[in-house]
Structure formats: structure tokens, C-alpha cells
Design a protein around this ligand. Structure first.
Ligand code: HEM
Length: 483
């Protein structure tokens, strides 16, 4: 069966048939003490992913709002590979700090990961936690500060201009704080979904620490040292990569994977168990930043962080595998492959972290371990998961918007250009492999190859998005003509 045919077959079940709405916290009944009655308690009703969508159309943002965030994320992704290519000439001499590799990293972390997380969280949380969207126009307006801020920040990093860095960071940090407030409002009003809410509060706290550490790093580059650079960089990495993006990826998985697989939502207790372990691991990693790497205290905290993070990952993967295995839609295609690849890369990142902690404790400095860890965590885990989900969310949301007041709306597969997603898939995997090789060999030429292959994948994803918007517009026009 061709990819298109497979998609069409899986679309037959979409939009998701909404099963009978389950009680607000189905799993709560499992943990409540048994009453003295003789009758056995009814089994908890598994909540199906499709129930998120019952009545969701009233809680959708105007389509231009999430789509502008997703569009920016897709463009910044292409710019990230271009920035990396710009750094190829000086790659052999680069050992951290300002420069094009740092600009590329932030075009990915902030420009792609955070921009997507803003669009996705602001749309998905109100739907999943059954509440109205707070200030939808503010979410749209924030974009107008974020995009120029991001461009100035990236140029400030790439061209090593601390003043530009400061100006761009000011705009972006303002957006991050506004997002944090909106996130907190959503979480405070949430009904049900305690696992998602736990991950969400962790991410909101992480966002505050990320903003503080980012501001302190920018101040440092402008001559004001609030804390040591090593401490700030380690704190910034822990709270940015794991505290904000990692927790959101884990928490939103429990909404997205059941929704796409039409599977049951993992029970609250399992979600909370994995969430508490992840929070503990991040707290230990953040604490470790305040001790010199290689010291006994730092080694103990970091070993603890890696061990607890491995447990959190194992629990998360096990419960999500069960959701996928029991889902009515077995085949998630490339989205499923990218999700599974992302889990493997998260495990690899933890193995690299362990190797680095042990090497530092033994007094060895193995330089490639740090950058390889960042590539595995950011590119391998977070970016793969993000593109896996984005290629499903965008057509799904578009089809939901198109369905309003229309008898025969386009299906998600009719809006999807599969060939572009195939090119992106192979481009993404090949670029990551080349990037790892460029780190180990320190070869500017290999880095350039990685950047070019990654750029091809990024452009293919942009084509998928542009074609989808075009097909959506055409479907709208046809509907008007037929009315
Ligand atoms: C306004 C937002 C941000 C600003 C201003 C900022 C700024 C910086 C600066 C100046 C550095 C260089 C540290 C140094 O080597 O001296 C840095 C490093 C880094 N940033 Fe950010 N950053 C921001 C957001 C983020 C986000 C959202 C993430 C991840 C999701 C992130 C991940 C990283 C990583 C992994 C490093 C490398 C740390 C290391 O060398 O160990 N940053 N950032």
C-alpha cells in the first residue's frame, strides 16, 4: 500500500469518533478507598484519546494563531541549518561561546522547539483540560515580538555582538514570561488530567529559571557577572532542554499519542509517577550546576540525576508503548517512527551524560561528549518528537477548522503532501548522523554536509506546510463556490 493509501485508510477513522465521555478523573476511582459495600467497584473506564476532541471546536484558537507559530518554527528550522553552514569555516577552532554554532543551536531550541511548544500548548491544553482559551489575541500578538527578537538574538550570537544579543534576549524573554503566565492560567483552571498538569507546572517553573539563567548569561557577555559561566551554562542547559522542553514533550505526549493512535490515555497514577521522577532528575541536575564538575558533590548529584532520569524515561516509554499497542489506529507511519527514534535518542543522551560524569570524576576531559549529548537530546530526541507530532497536528487542526459548517471537509491526508515528509524524514536522520560525525572529527567539511542535508529536509518540511495551507485555502474556496 502506498503512503497516501495508508493515510487514507487511517483517515477513515478521523476525525476521531468520540467515545462516550469518561468521568473527569477515571483513574481516581481506582485509588479511592473501597467503601464497605459488598458490590465490587466498577473497573476504571479508560479514557480514550478521542474524548479530548468532543466539544473541542468551541475551544479552538483562530487558525492563524497556532499556524503562525508553527510557520515560524518551520522557517527558523531552515535558518538553523543555514547558521550552522555559516559556522563551518571556523568549526575546527570553535570551543563554545558566541558564534554561528550557538546561533544555530538557539534557532533550533528557541526558534523551532519553543515556538512550536507555544502554538501547541496554547491550543492543546484548553482542549485537554476542558476550559476556554485565555486571551487568544495576546498569543497572536506575542508572535510579533518573538520573531524579530529571535532574529536579533540569532544575529547577536552569530556575529558575536553582545549588545544585539541583549536586545534580542529582552524581546524573547518578555515573550517567554508572557507564555509562562498564560501557561499558569491554563494549568490553574485545568479540570482533570493531573499528569499533564504536573508536567505543565514543572515546565512553567523551568521557564522562569530559563529566563533568569538566559538573562544572567547575556549579562555575563555584556560584562556583568552574576554567577560563574560554568554554573550558568549548566543550569541553563538543564532547565532549558529538560525543564521546559523535555517536560512539555513528556506531558503533551499523553495527550497527543492517544489522540492520534485512538488509544487509551495512560492512567493518572502512571503519568504522575513518571512526571515526579522527571522533576526530581531535573532538580538534581540543576542543583549539580552549583558545584564544580568533577567534584564529589557534583558527581553524586549528577549520577543521581542520570539514574532517576533513566527511570522516568523507562516509565514514560512503557506507558506510551502500551497506549500505542492498544490503539485503534495501529500505524502512525513516520510520526510513530520519529517518536520511537526520539525515545532511543533520549536514552543515548543519558548514556552520554553518564560517560561524561564518570570521565570528569576520573579527571579526564573528553571534549566531544558535551556537544554529542546536546545533539542527542536536542536534535535526536526533542526535534524528532516535535516533527513527528507536527506532521500530524497541522493537518489534523486544519481539517478540524475546515470542518466547521461544512458537509464534506477535506481529510487530514488530503491536505498532506507525503513525498515532502519522506524527504524531510531521511534528511533529518542523515543530517543528525553527519552532525555527530562532524563533532567527532572536527571537520568543517562534514559540518557543511550536515548543514546542507539538514537544509534539504527543512525545506521539504516547509513545502509540506505551504502545500497544506494552499490546499486548505482551495478547499475553502470550493466550499464557497458550491454553497
Ligand atoms: C532568551 C532565551 C535564551 C537566551 C538569551 C540564551 C542565551 C544563551 C547564551 C548566551 C549561551 C552561551 C553560554 C556560554 O557558552 O557562555 C547559551 C547556551 C546554551 N543555551 Fe541558551 N539561551 C536562551 C534560550 C535557550 C533555550 C530555550 C534552550 C533550550 C531549550 C537553550 C539551550 C542552550 C544550551 C544547550 C546552551 C549550551 C550550554 C553549554 O555550553 O553547556 N537556550 N544560551
Amino acid at each position: 500500500m502506498s503512503d497516501d493509501a495508508k493515510r487514507a485508510a487511517s483517515d477513515a477513522a478521523s476525525p476521531a469518533p468520540a467515545p462516550a465521555p469518561a468521568p473527569a478523573s477515571a483513574s481516581a476511582s481506582a485509588s479511592a478507598p473501597a467503601p464497605a459495600a459488598r458490590k465490587p467497584l466498577p473497573k476504571p473506564i479508560p479514557r480514550l484519546g478521542g474524548t479530548f476532541l468532543s466539544g473541542a471546536s468551541g475551544r479552538l484558537l483562530p487558525p492563524s494563531v497556532p499556524f503562525r507559530w508553527f510557520g515560524a518554527a518551520i522557517v527558523f528550522h531552515a535558518l538553523a541549518w543555514l547558521a550552522l553552514a555559516a559556522g563551518a569555516g571556523a568549526w575546527a577552532q570553535w570551543h563554545g561561546g558566541l558564534g554561528w554554532p550557538l546561533a544555530a543551536l538557539h534557532l533550533v531550541t528557541l526558534g523551532t522547539l519553543v515556538a512550536t511548544a507555544i502554538g501547541a500548548s496554547m491550543q492543546l491544553l484548553p482542549v485537554a483540560t476542558r476550559q476556554a482559551v485565555h486571551w487568544p489575541h495576546l498569543i497572536g500578538l506575542m508572535w510579533w515580538l518573538f520573531v524579530p527578537g529571535m532574529l536579533i538574538l540569532a544575529l547577536g550570537m552569530g556575529l558575536a555582538r553582545p549588545r544585539w544579543l541583549e536586545a534580542g534576549a529582552g524581546l524573547v524573554i518578555a515573550v517567554l514570561l508572557a507564555w509562562g503566565v498564560l501557561l499558569a492560567l491554563n494549568l490553574r483552571g485545568a479540570r482533570g488530567m493531573p499528569g499533564v498538569v504536573l508536567h505543565g507546572w514543572g515546565a512553567a517553573a523551568g521557564l522562569l529559571l530559563l529566563a533568569l539563567s538566559a538573562a544572567a548569561l547575556v549579562a555575563l557577555w555584556n560584562g556583568h557577572a552574576l554567577l560563574g559561566r560554568d554554573t550558568l551554562a549548566a543550569l541553563h542547559l538543564a532547565v532549558g532542554v529538560f525543564g521546559v522542553m523535555g517536560l512539555l514533550a513528556l506531558g503533551l505526549s499523553t495527550i497527543l499519542l492517544p489522540m492520534f493512535a485512538l488509544g487509551s490515555v495512560p492512567i493518572d497514577r502512571l503519568q504522575q509517577r513518571a512526571g515526579v521522577a522527571a522533576l526530581l532528575a531535573i532538580a538534581l541536575a540543576a542543583l549539580a550546576a552549583f558545584w564544580t564538575a568533577g567534584s564529589v558533590v557534583s558527581t553524586v548529584w549528577r549520577l543521581g540525576a542520570v539514574g532517576v532520569a533513566a527511570l522516568a524515561l523507562a516509565w514514560h516509554v512503557r506507558m506510551m508503548q502500551a497506549t500505542l499497542a492498544g490503539g485503534m489506529r495501529k500505524e502512525l507511519g513516520r510520526a510513530g517512527l520519529l517518536t520511537r527514534f526520539g525515545w532511543a535518542m533520549a536514552a543515548l543522551a543519558l548514556a552520554l551524560a553518564l560517560a561524561q560524569v564518570l570521565a570528569e570524576a576520573a579527571g579526564y576531559a573528553i571534549e566531544p561528549l558535551g556537544p554529542l549529548f546536546v545533539v542527542a537530546a536536542v536534535g535526536g530526541w526533542l526535534l524528532s518528537f516535535l516533527f513527528g507530532m507536527l506532521q500530524r497536528i497541522v493537518p489534523f487542526l486544519a481539517a478540524m477548522h475546515a470542518a466547521r459548517g461544512r458537509k464534506r471537509p477535506p481529510t487530514p491526508s488530503a491536505l498532506t503532501l507525503e513525498s515532502a515528509l519522506t524527504i524531510h524524514y531521511y534528511g533529518h536522520l542523515a543530517a543528525l548522523a553527519l552532525l555527530a560525525l562532524a563533532i567527532v572529527t572536527r571537520s568543517g567539511l562534514v559540518l557543511l554536509a550536515a548543514a546542507l542535508v539538514g537544509l534539504v529536509g527543512a525545506i521539504a518540511f516547509a513545502v509540506f506546510f505551504a502545500v497544506l495551507l494552499g490546499r486548505l485555502r482551495r478547499a475553502g474556496k470550493d466550499a464557497h463556490a458550491g454553497a
